[in-house]
Write a protein that binds this ligand. Structure first.
Ligand code: GLA
Ligand code: ZN
Length: 682
């Protein structure tokens, strides 16, 4: 349990009482209680109020609101307020200000604005976290800690440059080693002194002022990315330690952003007690893409329940078109998070701001200031349901037999690659494979290269361009023992420093896949090829479009199951399978249209005896969590129309309607069922 003090799904959100006069707080509390909200996240952006100058803190208002919350049985997700530094700090200590990608020193402004290697920022941020923890360690409202807010961004200042050099010395020891790893004989880059190394940005290695991925030296830019992720992590860890000094048993988190590229969340996860994240999909999102992000967040700590820390109750302000969540969608998307392993459902924000850029962002309490709104009613109804669920779902886990590899370093390196195609994007490729499994009703774990593979029957690693040392060997053992492995074009190409693995692609995966990729062709968007099956393979039959990149393969040990139809490489393998030990390794040589992947994954899953939870009708999502004697099957109807689901063997109580269901069940548009059964299922 995240914190047994509150043994139910946490329900709450970001609360900024400091933006409002004291007289309004009592009404806030009345409304929070009406909405069944039991957690308030605060103070998230209050550094300037909490610390008016270098030597004073002012906690009086915070004491008052925390006491008021506690008196009303509302808990605090205690934020440390360090995500936006005060103006006085920027004026007196300019080292807190970042230098941007173009080399420009920022002035005071916005938020998430502090240099992660600024000694001033680290000192004052940790001191504030320390002071808050010391003061509120025994406060009855304290439920968990929320360090800073949405860590991210990058800095290229002189402090960062010096810290980068120290980080490199630590990593490589000598300049000789660094020159070798970075391949610095290219374009006369040999370094003779550490001082010669500068941060890679548009003043140095980056080729385009508009695109942070266009670098002349991938190895340098890749290390800077690693270094920035580590530097920002060090800020988080500094506050974490300060807090733990006083409250070793209160869980600490910081809110992640799902598929946020600059931070290697797998590397961070070890230092969080519980993962939390902020989900802001656009209204027309494919629900599978949101499911993927929930699964990624669950995967960070190996399946441990996570928190949906923020979502909007209605609309956002920062999308190009900020549509309202349609009636029922707030509930549906909240349960989608729970269905994927969340034990908390929270909002940004409780009360809608009056000024600045978030005044048009949705909130539980709107500018109208009362409870008679559609949004408030939906929030309150959901709150009531979550109360009724009590602790039944807490800590329930998800069992998956399929894993998709998600590696931040590969993501960075792949998209920094100069060639073969500017359209080759990691997340897009991952989504295509994930969507196929989602439609089939097959649960998936997102795993890192360091994860234990032994519990899976299928591992999918789309565009595994950069392989971590030792990973290929671990996949070989996995396949030898009977696992199926699927990888794609442009995999196994480089080592952790983006140096090509010599001797034929896909490098360390050659033996396992049984192929040699001699060349790879990039197709512009308007050009396609076709993948043809001479003999059907499961439901795969006839031909399918493909594009983006086409590998030209020699199927040395592997079988060619389908071939290209066009161009000078017509007839060359486009899909191969290699038997390896007791398992199989699949290679998809291009980027095929979705129906190809849907059918291919159905085939491989059947071959590996991986059964869907149920066969969902289109637009209905199925997941399962289990705990002790019970399994909970979630049915989520993402359609705008009612749907009917054949339940097969599943019969039990729907926790939301309280009715027993079996045979088939009708689910209204945007409706949800959580069917509790004995755990023998699945
Ligand atoms: C983020 C932040 C919040 C708020 C919301 C608005 O998730 O953490 O402070 O700005 O976005 O959507
Ligand atoms: Zn800096």
């Amino acid at each position: 349990m995240i914190n047994p003090k509150l043994a139910k799904i946490f329900y709450g959100g970001d609360y900024n009482p400091d933006q409002w006069p004291r007289e309004m707080w009592d009404d806030d509390i009345r409304l929070l209680k009406l909405a069944h909200i039991d957690v308030a996240t605060l103070p998230v952006f209050s550094w300037a109020l909490l610390q008016p100058d270098e030597t004073h803190y002012d906690f009086a208002w915070l004491d008052q609101i925390l006491d008021l919350l506690a008196a009303n049985d509302i808990y605090a997700c205690m934020a440390t307020s360090t995500a936006a530094h005060p103006a006085w700090m920027a004026r007196r200590h300019p080292d807190v200000l970042r230098v941007d990608f173009h080399g420009r020193k920022r002035r005071f402004g916005i938020r998430h604005n502090s240099c992660p290697n600024s000694p001033t920022y680290r000192k004052y941020a940790q001191a504030l976290a320390h002071a808050l923890a010391e003061r509120y360690q025994d406060h009855p409202a304290l439920l968990l800690w929320h360090v800073s807010n949405e860590f991210g961004g990058a800095c290229y200042c002189d402090n960062c440059a010096a810290a980068f050099r120290a980080w490199l010395q630590q990593r490589y020891g000598t300049l000789e080693e660094l020159n070798d790893r970075w391949y610095t004989r290219f374009w006369s880059h040999t370094f003779y002194h550490w001082e010669e190394i500068v941060p890679p940005n548009t003043l140095s290695e980056h080729l385009s002022p508009y695109d942070e991925t266009r670098t002349a030296f991938q190895a340098i830019s890749l290390d800077y990315q690693r270094f920035m992720s580590d530097s920002i992590l060090a800020c988080y860890r500094g506050e974490y330690q300060a807090i733990k000094e006083f409250t070793p048993d209160i869980p600490v988190t910081t809110n992640f952003m799902g598929h946020y590229k600059p931070l290697d969340y797998f590397a961070w996860a070890a230092y969080l007690d519980v993962i939390s994240w902020d989900s802001y999909p656009p209204m027309d999102v494919n629900p599978a893409d949101v499911a993927l992000r929930h699964d990624l967040m669950r995967g960070l700590k190996n399946g441990q329940p996570f928190m949906l820390m923020e979502q909007t109750p209605s609309q956002q302000n920062w999308q190009p078109y900020n549509s309202l969540k349609r009636p029922g969608v707030l509930r549906l998307w909240s349960y989608q998070a729970v269905a994927h392993g969340a034990d908390a459902v929270m909002y940004f924000q409780i009360r809608q701001s009056r000024g600045a850029c978030e005044k048009w962002h949705g909130a539980v309490i709107s500018h109208a200031g009362h409870e008679n709104t559609r949004v408030f009613r939906e929030v309150a109804e959901l709150g009531k349901e979550l109360d009724q669920l009590g602790d039944s779902l807490l800590d329930a886990t998800i069992e998956a037999q399929v894993a998709i590899l998600f590696d931040w370093k590969n993501w960075w390196a792949l998209e920094m690659s100069s060639g073969p195609s500017q359209d080759l994007k990691y997340l897009g490729q991952i989504c295509k494979y994930y969507r196929a499994l989602w439609k089939l009703g097959i649960p998936v774990d997102l795993v890192s290269p360091a994860s234990d593979l032994s519990k899976y029957r299928l591992l999918i690693a789309p565009v595994a361009y950069l392989l971590q040392p030792g990973f290929a060997k671990r996949v070989e053992s996995f396949v030898e023992a009977g696992g199926a492995f699927l990888t794609t074009f442009f995999s196994g190409m480089v080592d952790e420093n983006d140096r090509v693995v010599l001797g034929g692609y896909p490098g360390e995966l050659r033996d396992l896949t049984g192929i040699w990729v001699e060349e790879f062709d990039a197709l512009p968007p308007e050009v396609t090829n076709e993948i043809v099956f001479e003999k059907p393979l499961g439901q795969l039959t006839g031909s399918y479009q493909c594009g983006l990149v086409c590998d030209l393969i020699h199927a040395e040990k592997a079988e060619a199951l389908a071939v290209y139809a066009k161009d000078f490489y017509a007839g060359r393998p486009a899909l191969t399978r290699n038997r390896f030990g007791s398992g199989t390794a699949w290679y998809v040589a291009s980027d095929p249209e979705q129906p190809f992947l849907d059918a291919l994954l159905a085939h491989i899953c059947a071959e590996q005896s991986i059964a869907p939870l149920l066969t969902p009708p289109s637009g209905v999502e199925i997941t399962r969590r289990a705990k002790g004697e019970h399994a909970f099957t979630f049915l989520l109807n993402h359609n705008d129309e009612p749907a009917e689901v054949q339940l097969g063997d599943i019969s039990g109580r729907d926790l939301l309607s309280g009715k027993d269901v079996s045979g088939k069940t009708a689910i209204p548009a945007h409706g949800v069922r959580i069917i509790r059964t004995g755990s023998s299922l699945g």
